[in-house]
Structure formats: structure tokens, C-alpha cells
Design a protein around this ligand. Structure first.
Ligand code: FES
Ligand code: FES
Length: 149
């Protein structure tokens, strides 16, 4: 049994301690906004926050998330008010198919929390998520817009 705090709510989950956090979020808790892409910590589709830091949940055993604040895309907005990264994504029409985008948004939200005005070099170093639709230029524009919001 693992006790998790996800988007401010407590959950007791009956699962093996080495189960990837991604599977617990999607299968046990039903938070399917976090996506499975590669399963080997390469693509970033599964990015969530642990105590505010971006992590790739396919490569984190659920036991490592116990006792930490887990935030998923479903918990990023404050009530009806979108997070500034979500708003910038809408304003700049970033998503194409959308599959990678929750991971992108979570990675960017963590970056801006740490570096409110990231340079292009900061973005290149931190946002290594893969987008098969090639939205990288729109992502960059939206990051700079969110940083000014
Ligand atoms: S699914 Fe986790 S990094 Fe690709
Ligand atoms: S928007 Fe389609 S994979 Fe990124």
C-alpha cells in the first residue's frame, strides 16, 4: 500500500512499490491526462511535478513519490483559472495532435517556477520533450509569452 498526495488529494493505492508512477496515475487513479510515449524517460510525454520539479513519471517508481506533492496536468489550473502556461498554449495555438502537450506544459511550468524569464539557451537545456508534430517553434514562442504574463 502506498500513500500518495496527488493534486492536493490523498490516495491509498494497493500496488507494488516498484510500479511506475505513470501507471498508477493513469490506471489506479484515472488521471489520463498524463501520457505514455516511450516508457524509457526519453520523450517527456509522461512529465508530472514532484514537489514542483518536473519528472518523467514512466521512470519513477511509485514508492519514490510517496510523501511528495504530485501535480499532474489535471491539477495545474487554479479552479477555473488556467495556469499561465496553459493560457499561453491556447493563445499561441501550440498543440497539433496534442499527445505530447501535457508533458510539454508540465515541463515548462516547472521551468518558469525556477527561472521566470528563461533564455533560449535555458529552454534548450530544460525542455527536451519530443513532439512528433514539430511544434517546437510555437512552444518556444509560448514559453516567452508565458514568462511575460
Ligand atoms: S513516456 Fe516517459 S519519457 Fe517517454
Ligand atoms: S502536438 Fe503532436 S506530438 Fe506534439
Amino acid at each position: 500500500m502506498v500513500k500518495l498526495t496527488i493534486n492536493g488529494k490523498s490516495h491509498q493505492i494497493d500496488v507494488e512499490s516498484n510500479t511506475p508512477l505513470l501507471w498508477v496515475l493513469r490506471e489506479q487513479v484515472g488521471l489520463t491526462g498524463t501520457k505514455y510515449g516511450c516508457g524509457i524517460a526519453q520523450c517527456g510525454a509522461c512529465t508530472v511535478h514532484l514537489d514542483g520539479k518536473a519528472v518523467r513519471s514512466c521512470a519513477i517508481p511509485v514508492s519514490a513519490a510517496a510523501g511528495k506533492r504530485i501535480t499532474t496536468i489535471e491539477g495545474l489550473a487554479t479552479g477555473a483559472v488556467l495556469h499561465k502556461v496553459q493560457q499561453a498554449w491556447l493563445d499561441h495555438d501550440v498543440p497539433q495532435c496534442g499527445y505530447c502537450q501535457t508533458g510539454m506544459i508540465m515541463a515548462v511550468a516547472a521551468l518558469l517556477a525556477e527561472k521566470p524569464r528563461p533564455t533560449d539557451a535555458d529552454i534548450n537545456a530544460s525542455i527536451t520533450n519530443i513532439c512528433r508534430c514539430g511544434t517546437f517553434q510555437q512552444v518556444r514562442e509560448a514559453i516567452h509569452a508565458a514568462a511575460k504574463a
